[in-house]
Each structure stands twice: as C-alpha cells, then as structure tokens.
Design a protein around this ligand. Structure first.
Ligand code: NAD
Length: 490
C-alpha cells in the first residue's frame, strides 16, 4: 500500500467501549515524515474533563463488571484480544507507520509480535497471583494478599507504542485493575484502532480506555486524585513532571521508563562478526530506541577493524534510505518529525566540532526526514554527543585499554538503562555485567526486552520495572491480614 490511500480508522476518544467526541475542540494533526505531507485526518485530544469521564467509567468497571469476572474470564478476554491483534496486524502497522515513519514490516515483526506475546504471557498470570501464609505464632496466623490497585494509567512515547500497550495494560488488567492509556500526540491512530478490538474481545466498558492528547492530557492523568498508579515511558523531563504531579496529587505509584545512553563494550577477544551484527542493531528504528547502544567502547587492538566494519554496515544501510515505510521491503525509515530531525541535526553539528566524523553527518535527500546513519570517533569525552541522549542514528565510538577503564567509561553517564558486553571470556562477561550500572545487560547481543525478565532503568533512566512477574506486581499492593486465634495454652 502506498502513502495516501488509507483504510477507514477511528479518530475520536475511546471511553466506555465507545468512540466519542472529546469535550475540547483541540485536534492533533500529524505529518507523514516520509514525504512531509499532512495526514488528512485529525485525532481528538482529551481535556481534563475527558480524563474525568474515563476515570469515572474505569472506577465503575473496577468495582462491578471487571471485579465480577473470574480469572478464567479475564484470561479469555486477553487471549482473544491477542488473536484479534494478530488478525489485524497489517492494518495496525500501517496506522502506526504513517505518522511515525517506522516501517510496517519491522512494526509487524517486532512491535506487534512482541505485544501479542506479552498479552498471552500475562493472560497466563490471571489465576496465578498468589500470596503468602505464615504458620501461627503467638496466636497470630498471617496472610499476605496481592490486591489490585484500582484505576491505573499509562503514558507513552511514539517510538514503539504497541510494545508499551503490552507492558502496561496487560499486567494491569490481568491483576484486576482498569486502565486508561494515552499514546503520544505524535502517534495517535494505531493505538486508537485497538479500542474496537478490546470491545470485540469481550472487555466490559470502562476496563480499557484510550485517550489521545499531548502533555496537557498526560498531566491530567498524572495529577488525578482517583488514579492509583501511572506508568510513564518518555523523556527525563516528562518523567520528572509526572513524578511531581503524582506527588502533589495523591502520591500515586509511579513507574518511569526514561531515556538512555547505553554503552556496548567490545573487547578484543570478541567474535568480531557477531559483535558487528549486534552493535549495528543500533540502527533499528533509525536509532530511535531507548536501549539503543549509542556509545560503543572498543578495546584498542580491535579499533581499526571494528570501526571499518561499522562504517561499511552504516553506509550499506544509508544506501537503502529514502523509501516509503509502507513498502513491505523497507527496513529503515525517516526520523519521526521535524522537531526530532532538527534536534538530531544540531547534535551532528556539535559532533563535527568535538569529534571525528567517520561516516554520515548529513540528511539524505531533500524530502522526508531522513538522516544518514552517522558515526563519530574519538570524541571529546565532555561533548554533548557523548553525554546526552540524541535518540537518532548517531553513534559515538570511544576506545579503552583495560577492563577497568571500559567499566569506568561505560558508567560515566547520568543514565543507566541497558548495556551490551561482547567477549568470548565468560568470567569477564559475568564480572563486567555485574559492574555496569544499568537495569539490563546483554552478553554478545543487543539488550532486547524479553517477556519474562524485568525491564527498566536505574539512575536517570527511571525506576520500577515492566515485564515478567516484576511488571505484574507493580500493579498490585501487598495487604497483610493477621488473624488472632484462640490458641490453647499448653
Ligand atoms: P516525551 O517525554 O516528550 O513524551 C512522552 C509522553 O509523555 C507523550 O505521550 C507526551 O504527550 C507525554 N508528556 C509530555 N509531557 C508531559 C507532562 N508534563 N505530563 C504528562 N505527560 C507528558 O518523550 P518522547 O519524545 O515521546 O519519547 C522519547 C523519549 O522516551 C526518549 O528519551 C526515550 O529514551 C524515552 N523512551 C524510554 C523508553 C524506556 O522504556 N525506558 C522507551 C521508549 C522511549
């Protein structure tokens, strides 16, 4: 399918299982980053009163319909939803691809496939959320229950929205909560199309609702007195605002999945082809990935060979850039919008002053927000291209001599999301993975989220965890019940 011809899709808010007009006249307009033409549809933007309406519907559903569903009934809805997403995968991928430029094929093969897997995984948890019990001591018998929280909310960035829908909504509803999700104003259509699928899957009205909107709608969710928990994926600044609004309102629980400047540490004993393949995974979604290894640390003896390998792989990718992301043969797309494009180009300008440009360093073509995959080597260690998250196809390569130096360089960041270590020495792999300050480390591959392990960051990359049992328990609160027994005295 070519950009320009579109299947019909919803543009209103999804509240109480219906698409409804927003109370506010504000509409979201988006531009196709492939050809810079406006997409001829506008999404309704939620106001604070729309947020109130969704919260009221969620409160009712939480106490009535969803509470009355057995774990098996909840599981059935979740599994049906996953099946429906698979059925509609291509249409959903097109709706997500149009405003973001993320090509449909990787969107289907990675984002949507992962989302489906996550819904099926958490469907299996609905009847396995157990607690603990302790034997009587001093006449008191003790039980700990993991209870749902009530109404929860999620706010997401645009770069992999379908994945965040899995990470946030699936564990929440599996545990018995109701959920309000706000996608980014840059990617309103794909998420909204899921509303009809939630209804078709049998979720009662109010259990899952979708509100489009920008920072104002996000702030209304973060500051709402009747929302018990919010999970935010986005920038450090947005995360701080959400944390502050949560603190100032009802001290709701907060999970923050924020930015990164993730290192890949490549030792001279690494299997070079494998390490090159893994490090080049950085270019997935044109580097607009939170865990992308934007800093590559290479041990000196391997530096020349490795950087030449990177250069030719980046140039090969660059030669494919410029095609329509809706074409199923396309793997690499443009940058999401003009603002992000300009931000990346400004970092490239800084890089040219503070490092050696190995390849790239300019836009490709004069239409569409395409940027040639770029590598800077030997940067000034204090340069913003080393210190700050760029969120685009700009990689910085530094060298090191010893393991200690590599660890110090890798940890010299305010962020702590993910890291990769490439080595054939298992002792070193274990030592270094333990010394790295981050939430997840991959050995001999890029760090990718897995359905059953914890995902999240430390330091300025956030707090709390998604995926696995860790992500599930974030949507419950432990309640202790102490039962005093009349124990006969011996
Ligand atoms: P952003 O912070 O601008 O926006 C993210 C979301 O927050 C959007 O839905 C936006 O409307 C909303 N928002 C903005 N200001 C808000 C406020 N004051 N209150 C409430 N909501 C608000 O981020 P972005 O540009 O969309 O995304 C890129 C960032 O997201 C990068 O820093 C990237 O690393 C990060 N990210 C992190 C992860 C992760 O899992 N750690 C995943 C993807 C992206």
């Amino acid at each position: 399918m070519a950009s320009g011809t579109l299947p019909p899709f919803p543009t209103k808010l999804f509240i109480n299982n219906q698409y409804v007009d927003s109370a506010s006249p504000v509409r979201l307009t988006v531009v196709n980053p492939y050809n810079e033409t406006p997409i001829p549809y506008e999404a309704h933007a939620a106001s604070a009163s729309d947020v109130d309406a969704a919260v009221a519907a969620a409160k009712t559903a939480y106490k009535t319909s969803w509470a009355s569903f057995s774990p098996a009934q909840r599981r059935a809805c979740m599994l049906k939803f996953a099946d429906l997403v698979e059925r509609d995968a291509e249409r959903l991928a097109i709706l997500e691809s149009l405003p973001t430029g993320k090509p449909v094929t990787p969107t289907m093969q990675f984002d949507i496939a992962h989302m489906v897997e996550v819904w099926r995984y958490y469907a299996g948890w609905t009847d396995k959320i157990s607690g603990e019990s302790y034997p009587e001591s001093n006449g008191v018998y003790k039980i700990v229950r993991h209870e749902p929280l009530g109404v929860c909310a999620g706010i997401a960035s645009w770069n992999a929205t379908f994945m965040y829908i899995g990470w946030k909504i699936a564990p929440a509803v599996a545990a018995g909560n109701c959920f309000i999700f706000k996608p980014s104003e840059k990617s309103p259509f794909g998420t909204l199309a899921l509303g009809a699928l939630f209804a078709e899957a049998g979720f009662p009205p109010g259990v899952v609702q979708i509100l489009n909107g920008g920072a104002e709608a996000g702030a209304a969710l973060a500051g709402h007195m009747d929302i018990a928990k919010i999970s935010f994926t986005g920038s450090l600044g947005g995360g701080k605002a959400v944390q502050e609004a949560a603190t100032k309102s009802n001290l709701k629980k907060v999970t923050l999945e924020l930015g990164g400047k993730s290192p890949a540490v490549v030792f001279a004993d690494a299997e070079v082809e494998r390490a090159l393949g893994g490090v080049c995974g950085f270019l997935f979604n044109s580097g607009q990935v939170c865990v992308a290894t934007s800093r590559v640390l290479v041990q000196k003896p391997l530096f020349e060979k490795f950087t030449q390998g990177l250069k030719s792989a980046f140039e090969q990718t660059s030669s494919t850039l410029g095609a329509d992301p809706l074409d199923k043969n396309v793997s690499y797309g443009p940058i999401v919008d003009k603002a992000q494009f300009d931000k990346i180009m400004s970092y490239i300008a800084i890089g040219k002053q503070t490092a050696t440009l190995l390849t790239g360093g300019e836009r490709k073509g004069d239409k569409g927000f395409f940027i040639k995959p770029t590598i800077f080597v030997n940067p000034d260690p204090e340069s913003p291209i080393v210190k700050e998250e760029i969120f685009g196809p700009v990689m910085v390569v530094q060298t090191f001599e010893t393991e200690e130096e590599a660890i110090a360089l890798a940890n010299a960041s305010v962020y702590g999301l993910a890291a990769s270590v490439y080595t054939s020495n298992i002792d070193r792999a274990l030592r270094v993975s333990s010394a790295l300050e981050c939430g997840g480390v991959a050995v001999n591959s890029p760090f990718l989220p897995q359905v059953n392990t914890a995902f999240g960051g430390i330091k300025a990359s956030g707090k709390g965890r998604e995926l696995g049992i860790y992500g599930l328990l974030e949507y419950t609160e432990a309640k202790s019940v102490h039962i005093t027994l009349d124990v006969p005295k011996l």
